[in-house]
Design a protein around this ligand. Structure first.
Ligand code: BGC
Length: 741
């Protein structure tokens, strides 16, 4: 078979491949796809040599942690982390040693006594709109996973942000499928460049934490294919992850980890995915999940039973459907092992980590992801400032991080601020953790002669007094998010709105630095001089924030999700299940709470900015929005077929980077908004650069009657400073097309 015909098999959508050919990262994606095909052939040969007992070794594993309660024996070679699947020495198959997650090697509630480098949150990474930054971050955290003895990193969280109150918004990337897919794919490639496996998760439609183990999502196939599933599909094409982790929730009444439509029909049949599906921890309902497409039962002590060991072996001995599936399950797991070279590049714990070099990767990611939301001229601050009041957010000590299984503990340990009383398994034993990277120290280091004072903000009058005595007041405001718990609304908690308003009234040079998991309401917006969204900025968050405040870094981040004015603008003004009966400690429904339905057909595939455009609503800050200390102009949009070209110019006085965005705005006269291309363009003052972006035809098309359908006719495209600030449209005619996924 020729190289090119093998490629077409590897990535089933030839049209999509053509479309993304202009993306520099496509060549390595194609190479990885070829690796998967070759690994699959080798895996088939190994399966042929396996005994019946061996066939249920790779299909299930434990969480190798003493969690309290009955803990299965932990093998001597297991590393404390999320998962352990034994290997088969006779066949040269290594054990799978799994750790979370997308922000770095998680610290498993302090059970493993080491540190790791914390990348900024997922949404902060995505705000860079830079696949290259995602790749470097992935390569860095993957190298730390390997050094600590792990060969599977449970990263790759790419659920679309359908609701900004989702407690895992900080872990995910964006509300747009194209942006999410391209970014997660780059991160996965970076991770797997370490000869370890990356997952992509949580498949699929896992949009909220409230009732997460039983919330039942209803969505038409077309809407799902054009939104959440498209993000996964692009991520898989770009990243070729060895594994997909299925989700906790239900879809059309079936658990996602035992969902024939999601796992068999979409992922494996329609997309031709060759890797394996691992369950989320505690998400396997029964043995039949094997027939529904699940290949591996993870963290089995958390499930109602160990289904994929003896029970599976017995069933496979008598039932041909299970027998065939069991071979396929092994073949898929082995495909991932071989494609990433786990057998040829064994992991050994105790590897050297260059924390200084890795922290620089985290710092660069934070700098590219910080978004300047408002600047009435106060920023960048002068380093000659004489007095600066820093208020709130524990900014004297560090920067906030999000919690749950993705929690990383950075060098020097975390400052745990307070235990959180709340419902659910996570909230009951975790604390808000701050990475020890003090914004205050970093500010003082840049403004050497300034008198920098700190007030924690608990007493408003005292904070106001300090603000009055200073040239500049910087309020650090935090919103903590954690897995397992959605935020009840989009307000800043703990009276921070009142604090900000009072400080702003006392000092006209008040700047708010937000450390939030996602959007928050800003009732004080008109009163403050500047707002900087720093998200959870990771291991070197302090210096990254200071660098933006003083202009050493010209902010270039853009919002990867819309900031609504308030909850009333959302498709579900009230979060489904927020008034529901609480689940039990493990997140399972208590009696009577089992019928929670979430109707995603309200917005369908119009997630985020698409929804606000459809409703004609202006948000507080739109998707794609972000200011700079310089100015840019994009002009001369020309569209030819599936590509657009234009020129970006830095029209200001400072070097900086623009994020050029191209949107579909209408199709045959009917308003329809889709991000179709983006490019981060660094430019010196006065310089300009021609840019070409290539569209993925799926973004323009509809999913109809089992395939993609692009109606022929007139398509209008516009350059966008953001999703609400668009240039005059340029129209082109496109021919009708239909194709399979
Ligand atoms: C999370 C996954 C994680 C797994 C293992 C689950 O609670 O949903 O994202 O990978 O735990 O820690």
């Amino acid at each position: 078979m020729s190289f090119s015909s093998r490629l077409l098999l590897a990535a089933p959508s030839a049209l999509a491949l053509m479309a993304s050919a202009a993306h520099a990262q496509n060549a390595p994606a194609q190479a990885a796809a070829v690796d998967m095909i070759q690994a699959d052939a080798r895996a088939a040969q190994t399966v042929a040599q396996m005994t019946a007992d061996e066939k249920v070794v790779l299909t299930h594993g434990i969480m190798p942690l003493p969690l309290g309660g009955p803990t299965p024996p932990i093998p001597a070679d297991a590393v404390a982390g999320a998962g352990y699947i034994p290997g088969i020495a006779r066949l040269g198959i290594p054990a799978l040693k799994e750790t979370d997650a997308s922000l770095g090697v998680s610290y498993v509630m302090g059970i493993r006594k080491d540190f790791a480098t914390a990348l900024p949150s997922g949404v902060a990474q995505a705000a860079s709109w830079n696949p290259d930054v995602m790749y470097r971050g992935g390569a860095m955290i993957g190298s730390e996973a390997r050094a600590k003895g792990f060969n599977v990193l449970l990263a790759g969280g790419v659920n679309l942000m359908r609701d900004p109150r989702n407690g895992r918004t900080f872990e995910y990337l964006a509300e747009d499928p194209f942006l999410s897919g391209m970014l997660v794919g780059a991160a996965i490639r970076g991770i797997q460049s370490n000869n370890i496996i990356s997952t992509i998760k949580h498949f699929a439609l896992n949009g909220q934490e409230t009732g997460r183990k039983y919330v039942d999502v209803k969505i038409t196939e077309g809407a799902a294919r054009e939104s959440d599933l498209l993000a996964f599909k692009i991520g898989i094409e770009q990243g070729q992850p060895g594994s997909v982790m299925c989700a906790y929730n239900r879809v059309w009444g079936e658990q996602a980890c035992a969902n024939d439509w999601l796992l068999n029909r979409v992922l494996k049949q329609s997309w031709g995915y060759k890797g394996f599906v691992m369950s989320d921890w505690g998400a396997v309902p029964n043995l039949e999940a094997a027939l529904k497409g699940l290949d591996q039962q993870s963290g089995e002590q958390l499930d109602p039973g160990i289904f994929f060991a003896d029970k599976l072996k017995e069933k496979a001995a008598t039932d041909s459907a299970y027998k065939t599936r069991l071979d396929d399950m092994n073949r898929r797991i082995l495909t991932a092992i071989y494609a990433s070279g786990l057998d040829k590049h064994p992991v050994v714990p105790g590897g050297k980590i260059d924390f200084e070099a890795n922290a620089k990767v985290a710092e660069e990611t934070a700098k590219q992801g910080i978004v300047l939301l408002k600047n009435s001229g106060v920023l960048p601050l002068a380093k000659s400032a004489k007095s600066i009041a820093i208020i709130g957010g524990f900014a004297d000590g560090g920067v906030l991080s999000g919690a749950g299984s993705s929690q990383v503990q950075g060098e020097g340990g975390a400052a745990a601020v307070k235990p959180v009383a709340g419902k659910g398994v996570w909230a009951s034993f975790i604390a808000q953790q701050f990475h020890r990277s003090s914004p205050m120290d970093a500010i003082q280091a840049l403004a050497k002669d300034a008198k920098v004072t700190f007030r924690d903000g608990r007493y408003i009058a005292d904070a106001v007094e300090k603000a009055k005595q200073s040239e500049v007041a910087i309020v650090f405001a935090t919103q903590w998010q954690t897995e397992g718990l959605d935020v009840p609304d989009l307000s800043l908690p703990d009276g921070q709105d009142e604090l900000i308003a009072a400080v702003a009234a006392a000092n006209p040079n008040t700047i708010v630095v937000l450390e939030t998991g996602g959007p928050v309401k800003m009732p004080w917006l008109n009163k403050v001089a500047g707002v900087v969204e720093a998200w959870y900025p990771g291991a070197r968050g302090g210096p990254a924030i200071a660098s933006v405040l003083f202009g050493d870094t010209n902010p270039s981040g853009r919002l990867p999700l819309s900031f609504p004015k308030d909850e009333s603008q959302l498709p579900r003004p009230k979060l489904d299940g927020s008034d529901w009966v609480e689940p039990d400690f493990a997140g399972n429904p208590t009696s009577g709470s089992d019928k929670l339905v979430s109707d995603y057909d309200i917005e369908g595939s119009d997630v985020g900015y698409r929804w606000f455009a459809r409703k004609g609503q202006k948000t507080l800050f739109p998707f794609g929005y972000g200011l700079s200390y310089t100015s840019f102009e994009s002009t001369g949009l020309k569209v030819k077929g599936f590509s657009a070209s234009f020129t970006v110019k830095n029209t200001g006085q400072r070097a900086g980077a623009d994020v050029a965005q191209v949107y579909l705005v209408s199709r045959n006269g009917e308003a329809k908004q889709r991000l179709v291309g983006f490019s981060r363009v660094p430019l010196e003052p006065g310089a300009s650069k021609p840019v070409t972006v290539t569209f993925d035809p799926r973004v323009l098309a509809d999913w109809k009657d089992g395939g993609w359908s692009l109606p022929g006719g007139e398509y209008a495209f516009a350059l966008g400073k953001d999703a609400e600030n668009l240039s005059a449209p340029v129209k082109v005619k496109l021919a009708a097309k239909k194709w399979k996924d």
